[in-house]
Design a protein around this ligand. Structure first.
Ligand SMILES: NC(=O)c1ccc[n+]([C@@H]2O[C@H](COP(=O)([O-])OP(=O)(O)OC[C@H]3O[C@@H](n4cnc5c(N)ncnc54)[C@H](OP(=O)(O)O)[C@@H]3O)[C@@H](O)[C@H]2O)c1
Length: 291
């Protein structure tokens, strides 16, 4: 199967790049801006048709949650129109799609993990545009699944783990929000799940049991818990001070609770999900090894 990974220089795309050679039945092709812009319909259609692409893992997205509040048009273009372009291009070649979405489609008023069947209600522009992208996929007739994930970090790119490691080595204490709860997700674990799903599917439909799935690591944490774990695992002597969201104003409001229920992806695709703390340990080991 010939698989195109869009947005391949981002966190998830880079982790897929690292794992791809383990999958003998997948021939992965990696593209990002400026060479392959998912908003450029003509270039996208030509690429997918001419390269005989059988499947796409869409890692391309506008992910600047705060900046999206000011750049709604750009966020909408990439997260919604770009996804529709992918769907249309794949329709022409009868291709499969794994599209990645976010826990930020929920408003955070739950106290139990969100299931795929729970109603969405995004509270920011980023979440709204990602929801529009989900609908572009879910309302299509192609063989596609949407996987919502949360609090992604990786060895690659800029993320909370790397920021905390940098600040922890510079400061004696850091204030971190303790009243937003979710689950950190190592992009490498999600990358493996995407590749496993395509590799195991062969010529069968990936959407035969459903089109919407939740995937994060196991467990629950606040950003404060996450930051403390980063310092503990890295043996950094930096005091993490819990603060409330109201004391750390940001442009975009974030859901206070966005833990995802993973039972559907676990049972439909026989996925084994590591606990967030174990995956964090693996990621930090790799970051230290690379530096
Ligand atoms: N990061 C998180 O915490 C998080 C949480 C939940 C869900 N997600 C979702 O998970 C997926 C992967 O996230 P990530 O953290 O890997 O994102 P990322 O690191 O921001 O990577 C996204 C990649 O897409 C590229 N891109 C932007 N516009 C594009 C376009 N028009 N055409 C082609 N490529 C384009 C970006 O290039 P530039 O950098 O040059 O713009 C970047 O290389 C996204 O769908 C995201 O919404 C992320």
């Amino acid at each position: 199967m010939k698989v195109l990974i869009t947005g391949s220089n981002g966190q998830l795309g880079s982790e897929i790049k690292e794992l791809a050679s383990d999958y003998e039945n997948l021939e992965c092709i990696f593209r990002d801006l400026p060479e392959l812009d998912i908003c450029d319909t003509e270039v996208l259609n030509t690429f997918i048709t001419d390269q005989h692409i059988n499947a796409v893992i869409n890692c391309a997205a506008y992910t600047a949650v705060d900046k999206a509040e000011e750049e709604e048009q750009i966020a909408q273009k990439v997260n919604s129109e770009g996804v529709l372009n992918l769907v249309d291009a794949l329709k022409k070649v009868d291709g499969k799609l794994i599209h990645i979405s976010t826990d930020y489609v929920f408003d955070g008023n739950h106290s139990q993990p969100y299931k795929e069947s729970d109603p969405v209600s995004p509270i920011g522009v980023y979440g709204e545009t990602k929801r529009a992208g989900e609908l572009a996929v879910l309302n299509s007739s192609i063989d596609a699944i949407v996987i919502r994930t949360s609090w992604l970090y990786s060895v690659y790119g800029n993320n909370f783990v790397k920021t905390m490691l940098r600040l922890g080595n510079q400061k004696k204490s850091i204030q971190v929000v303790s009243d937003q709860k979710g689950t950190p997700t190592f992009a490498k674990d999600l990358a493996k799940t995407c590749l496993d799903i395509l590799s195991n599917a062969g010529s069968t439909n990936i959407s035969k049991k459903g089109s919407l799935y939740h995937y994060s690591n196991e467990g629950v944490a606040s950003w404060y818990d996450f930051a403390r774990a980063i310092m503990e695992i890295s043996n950094i002597d930096c005091n993490i001070i819990p603060i409330e969201t109201k004391d750390y104003p940001t442009q975009a409001i974030r859901p206070l609770y966005s833990v995802l229920d993973k039972s559907k992806i676990t049972s439909d695709f026989k996925v084994t999900i590591p606990h967030w703390r174990d995956s964090l340990t693996n990621c930090i080991k790799k970051i230290n090894h690379n530096s």
